[in-house]
Design a protein around this ligand. Sequence first.
Ligand code: FAD
Ligand code: NAI
Length: 476
Amino acid sequence: MSQSFDVAVIGAGPGGYIAAIRAAQLGFKTVCIDAGKNKAGDAPALGGTCLNVGCIPSKALLQSSEHFHAAQHDFAEHGISFSGSLKFDAAKMIERKDAIVNKLTGGIKFLFQKNKIESIFGRASFAGKQGDEWLLNVDNGAQIAAKHVVIATGSAPRGLPNLVKISNVNVLDNEGALNLTAVPKKLGVIGAGVIGLEMGSVWQRLGADVHILEAAPAFLPAADQQIAKEAFKYFTKEQGLAIDLGVKLNQITEYKDGVSVAYEVAGKQHTAQFDKLIIAIGRVPVTQGLGAENVGLAIDERGFIAVDDECRTNLPNVWAIGDVVRGPMLAHKASEEGVAVAERIAGQKPQVDLGNVPFVVYTDPEIAWVGKTEEQLKAAGIAYKKGTSGFGANGRALGLGKAKGTIKVLADAQTDRILGVHMIGAMTSELIAEAVAALEFKASSEDIARIIHAHPTLSEVLHEAALAVDKRALHG
Ligand code: FAD
Ligand code: NAI
């Protein structure tokens, strides 16, 4: 005998749990089915990749490693010193990270109870349709019937099956990389994308010798290349990360105490030995086990669930959001799609503009951007003007000891409408919010130039960059 709901959400990551909460707020009888488990693998854990093995734990480790690095290298200029040697306890750092994860995943359980969302632990698959209701089987034996289904099954790490198996002993994916309890002496990373740079930074700050092997010939090709070049210089020349671009992997061998990687760059053969190797070469959508074939759910040629601009699949009242569909694989994108789908089910007309999704890389300095890069504007033949300003003379940045980086504002040459904002510097993960608001509200560089920015703040660099668009920077 199946239980009947208005909305069934499959997956409780940042896409699914937010969709479920918004659907419940709108008065729908809602169930959320999720198969996620905690780190020990012995209890359900809501929150998906983001809370358990993604955004949140990685940022906790970034913070711990930044403190350790600052204590070693930056405190002295503040007149702070300590006698004896500075100690670092990796297990304690992981314990703190786990406590943050548990607090947040437990928080979703509370939110589900508060919003009267039925939470089911298990793996759901489509069984068919009865009348206007979709039927779902859950592997714990439950049967669900629902008028609307929101698929939010997320993504999993892409592997290198032809070269090596992810053992999470010496060859690690994101889960393994987040749970090392000792600092590896030599750490290899395949992929200089977001995970490679963030996790590479964590372990490099803690003392590992980090070598990143990247297939693409350009560094951070999706970012504005002026910012990417500046980042590359900081990471390699100042911080000592070794980053090889244009790498072709030939062989990876895991043995008891480490990993060996044979690769070539520009036709030259190399072999590197590492204690641990992180594979971070992107993620793939999770659709297996969903019973897509039972109901004729369309999957596109890249393995994503095919959806239109409003997250509708080819099946009536079946929606899909987040990492399992096209667009950037980011938590905030998944959540906004979740809100929008719940509201569409309620007959509302929300909009999610994927062109205004902010991107952040939580390195030091942080990299953040929204909108078009200079390369994209050139390729599209759009005439633009630009203003840049640096953090070097910003009072707040100097006080923080983080006076590095640049902000660049790109605006339409005729209308002055802001088309893109690109940042590298301290706390640009926070500063980017103003730029997102500017793009969302179709603001001009003149608008940002006229807004009063508090002094002394890092946001004054964005103000100056906006002034610089029309060559009237006051401090430049
Ligand atoms: P997921 O979070 O992947 O959740 C999917 C859920 O569905 C999981 O709980 C899974 O168990 C469940 N599931 C799958 N199939 C079924 C089924 N058949 N039945 C029931 N349940 C099922 N993004 C950011 O925006 N900022 C960051 O700083 C950031 N950092 C990251 C760091 C790392 C190391 C990683 C790996 C990712 C990071 N991301 C970050 C990306 C972010 O985690 C994802 O974009 C986000 O989690 C996608 O949300 P989702 O809801 O689509 O899917
Ligand atoms: P990614 O797509 O950011 O980077 C993967 C990198 O691996 C690319 O540069 C690619 O060229 C390279 N690569 C692919 N195949 C390769 C090969 N065979 N050899 C060498 N290099 C190869 O993917 P990543 O870092 O795995 O992260 C997955 C996703 O998770 C990201 O795309 C992002 O959406 C999300 N994420 C977001 C974060 C944030 O918002 N701060 C942090 C971490 C992850």
